[in-house]
Design a protein around this ligand. Structure first.
Ligand code: SF4
Ligand code: SF4
Length: 171
């Protein structure tokens, strides 16, 4: 998988940086038709979010706006846009690549640090509540098995997974 370190990235344009990331490879095929925006359920609910705009800003090199803004974190990864893009731009994957760049720059929302802490400690990003256990029982589903946390942490270490730092001001 193509992946450049931060020093190498400093010598690239932002769109090059994104296309060299896993998931970001198809960025430059976009011709701004807007099919993604009209397919996106989040854009329908929140005018701040527009996948076509995220792609455009990435192509224009508006790195700070992308990395410090909220937009890339609002995508639900439903892949509607990606299924319909006439240029086969992997929009949701591009957004993952942008999130990874933002995360490395220390710009991820604090909730991701909470998810990471819970994953490392309990093997799940959200604790299983009594409510969920009861509902599973009602639907005839088996109880969720305990996670082998030690094995999981071995995998996390091997993949270089690290917990993002929390920012001072809560989001
Ligand atoms: S649907 Fe594809 S080509 Fe059209 S604006 Fe979105 S990413 Fe670009
Ligand atoms: S994957 Fe993200 S950007 Fe694409 S349609 Fe779904 S919510 Fe919108």
């Amino acid at each position: 998988m193509p992946h450049h370190n931060t020093k190498e990235n400093a010598n690239m344009s932002f769109s090059e940086e994104v296309t060299h990331r896993h998931g970001g490879e198809t960025l430059t095929a976009c011709y701004q038709c807007g099919t993604c925006a009209s397919s996106c359920p989040v854009a329908r609910l929140d005018a701040r979010f527009n996948p076509r705009e995220i792609i455009k800003l990435s192509l224009l090199g508006e790195k700070q706006e992308i990395l410090t803004g909220d937009a890339i974190w609002l995508c639900t990864s439903c892949f509607n846009c990606q299924e319909r893009c006439p240029q086969d731009v992997e929009i949701a994957d591009v957004i993952y690549a942008l999130r990874n760049i933002a995360l490395e720059a220390g710009n991820s929302p604090n909730i991701y640090a909470d998810f990471a802490s819970a994953l490392i400690a309990d093997g799940r990003i959200v604790a299983i509540s009594k409510f969920v256990e009861k509902k599973r029982e009602e639907y005839g589903l088996p109880p969720l098995k305990a996670v082998h946390v030690e094995a999981l942490n071995t995998i996390l270490s091997a993949t270089g997974f690290t917990k993002p730092e929390k920012k001072e001001a809560s989001q």
